[in-house]
Design a protein around this ligand. Structure first.
Ligand SMILES: O=C(CO)COP(=O)(O)O
Ligand SMILES: [Mg+2]
Length: 261
């Protein structure tokens, strides 16, 4: 059977594709090693906005995956790129972790609860009722609501976890204001990713574990799309429920190693 491609650039999701919250997916290390030895352009494109790219580099290294810092692009970074383009040197009230606060500080944003331009919601494992109430009040007073990514759930070795998209929906319900999501499937994140590695959509493949973020963003960016069943979308029945399809469905990234020439 001929393998698809050849592809000179690879975009890969992280959680559910390469790791499950730090536990490596079998074959992920071989895929990354082969991509690097074959000199392929490669970027990990994650909606996980908790960690900085340096944090993720170390976490992935501890999982046996050698991914350079510059080969990691998070939804927190995509959010900072978006805010930088919209309102340089602005201000934001942030609910999230170092991955998000660091990205906003790096573009010169002030983090404050006094009349901020934006309320920015990111992934965390510690949502605080008081902070969410402050966010609701600020949005009701006119701050624009930004949420790094729309994932309503996320994968882990113990099973599904609450995602920041579900928390954003709670703030929307309380305020009537819809959030803007710079993370996947937003084409902005894909275009920034392709630009970062000098890739072209016609020769780039996108690997993901979610139909509604990874596959949709690859499809709409004109990339070859691969859904792996090792993460959130883990049955063909789930795939069939969507009005669009990936180009390929594989059990895991281990099945893609022989695609790399
Ligand atoms: O952390 C996530 C949202 O919960 C998903 O991260 P990935 O985009 O790496 O799958
Ligand atoms: Mg994922």
């Amino acid at each position: 059977m001929t393998t698809p491609g050849p592809f000179d650039s690879w975009l890969s999701d992280m959680d559910g594709v390469l790791v499950h919250e730090g536990v490596p997916v079998p074959g992920a290390n071989k895929l990354i090693e082969k991509l690097q030895s074959a000199g392929k352009r490669f970027l990990v494109l994650t909606n996980n906005s908790i960690y900085t790219p340096r944090d993720l580099h170390v976490r992935l290294k501890n999982s046996g995956l050698q991914v350079p810092v510059e080969s990691i692009y998070t939804s927190a970074m995509a959010t900072a790129d978006f805010l930088q383009s919209q309102r340089p040197k602005g201000s934001a009230y942030v609910i999230g972790e170092a991955g998000l606060t660091t990205a906003l500080h790096e573009i010169g944003y002030v983090l404050t609860d006094y009349r901020p331009d934006y309320v920015v919601l990111g992934e965390t494992r510690r949502y605080d009722f008081g902070a969410l109430t402050t966010a609701v009040r600020l949005v009701k007073s006119g701050s624009r609501l930004i949420c790094t990514n729309p994932d309503t759930t996320g994968p882990s070795p113990e099973g599904l976890m609450l995602g920041v998209g579900a928390v954003a929906a709670m703030i929307t319900a309380a305020t009537g204001s819809e959030a803007y999501f710079p993370g996947k499937p937003n084409p902005l994140m894909m275009r920034n990713a392709l630009r970062r590695i000098g890739a072209h959509s016609e020769t780039t493949v996108m690997i993901g574990d979610r139909m509604d973020t990874d596959v949709l963003s690859g499809l709409e960016a004109g990339l070859e799309t691969v859904l792996v069943l090792s993460g959130v979308t883990d049955t063909m029945e789930e795939v069939e429920r969507y009005p669009f399809r990936p180009n390929h469905v594989k059990d895991s990234v281990a099945d893609l190693i022989d695609w790399i020439e």
